[in-house]
Design a binder for this molecule. Structure first.
Ligand code: IPM
Ligand code: MN
Length: 353
């Protein structure tokens, strides 16, 4: 029995999470996967009411679950940075979810803006480090509001943090068993300290323990270029936190948009959290028009990490069939030709067959 905490969160979060749970229920009814859900009303509304983005007691409770299923975080009436840092990033950091796993996979039937590229060319995984780098929160502002204002935001990197992420990426590359190629995306020509640590860790770990995996390196600017021009060159990309944030939005676009891009914040030894990578999309809130596919695929990733492979395969298969059916006109919010819940029904129908 898996214990899953559900945080619908802000904006379209609760709407898409509802569909994810609908599909999960349909799939689990067939496979016999057992889980129990507990809802948490974390997010902007609660913060505006109570002034607390994430009470310590709730964080402690979250440690007791097997997984967390999250919709979205971000509220138009809350200043930028509060919910992001004190809710989302705090969970990622405190639960040590040091991997942000973001597959870039174009399913048949889904439109990509890349001319001449299809499902055969767009199928790789980005492993984003999720607890360090520019996200560490270290730094500050001195002499604020004066002409002498100084601000710093420290790119905190540890050998331990880089190495555990790199090892995870090597293991994943081996498990995928495709090109057996792992690309390190960094900027060693400018970030000559922090990315030197990454570069040496990458080569030392690869040399010592993964001789069967080809090591490839690309600067981040070149990575964005290749992702557009030659996405088929990639099998697995491993990268630091901020670069990973940026290139996974590009990845989302080439796989059909934020409506389909799933993600997992993974602690391989602890509690992981699964969330669609698109945000709360305030302008679509409550209209039942957001695309739930990313949330549904995030539930699939959750089942994978929980060891429920049959349920995961069943969900993926249902998503694939729905996307290939031609019934969903577009995967952009408001343009699906169907409502959020109708898309959920369609996929749940396949998942339960
Ligand atoms: C993401 C988001 C977050 C991030 C924000 C909301 C803090 O953009 O999950 O990619 O930067 O990690
Ligand atoms: Mn992002």
């Amino acid at each position: 029995m898996h214990k899953i905490a559900v945080i619908g969160g802000d904006g379209i979060g609760p709407e898409v999470v509802r569909e994810g749970l609908k599909v999960l229920e349909a799939a689990a009814a067939k496979t016999g996967a057992k889980y129990e859900l507990q809802d948490y009303d974390l997010g902007g509304e609660r913060y505006l009411k109570t002034g607390e983005p994430l009470p310590d007691s709730v964080l402690e409770e979250l440690r007791g679950f097997d997984a967390i299923y999250l919709g979205a975080v971000g509220h138009p009436e809350v200043a930028p940075g509060i919910l992001e840092k004190q809710l989302l990033l705090r969970i990622r950091f405190e639960l040590d979810q040091y991997i942000n796993l973001r597959p870039v996979k174009l399913y048949p039937g889904v439109e990509t803006p890349l001319a001449g590229k299809g499902p055969d060319e767009i199928d790789f995984v980005i492993v984003r480090e999720n607890t360090e780098g520019l996200y560490s929160g270290m730094g500050g502002i001195q002499y604020k509001g004066t002409p002498h204002e100084v601000s710093t935001q420290i790119h905190m990197t540890t050998r331990h943090g880089a190495e555990r992420c790199i090892r995870y990426a090597f293991d994943l590359t081996r498990k995928r068993n495709r090109e057996k190629k792992l690309t390190l995306c960094a900027k060693t020509n400018v970030l000559t300290f922090v990315h030197d640590t990454w570069f040496r860790a990458f080569n030392e770990v690869g040399e010592a323990d993964y001789p069967d995996i080809e090591r490839d390196y690309a600067h981040v600017d070149a990575t964005t270029m290749w992702m557009v021009k030659n996405p088929e060159w990639f099998d697995v990309i491993v990268t630091e936190n901020m670069f990973g944030d940026i290139i996974t939005d590009l990845g989302a676009m080439i796989q059909g948009g934020l409506g389909v891009a799933a993600g997992g914040n993974i602690n391989p030894e602890g509690v992981s959290m699964f969330e669609p990578i698109g945000g709360s999309a305030p302008k679509y809130t409550g209209q039942n028009v957001a695309c739930p596919v990313a949330a549904i695929s995030s539930a699939q990733m959750m089942m994978e990490v929980l060891g429920e492979d049959d349920t995961a395969r069943r969900i993926e298969n249902a998503v694939e069939r729905a996307l290939a059916s031609g019934k969903i006109k577009s995967l952009a919010a408001g343009k699906m030709g169907m409502s959020t819940s109708e898309v959920g029904d369609l996929i749940a129908g396949f998942a339960g067959e």
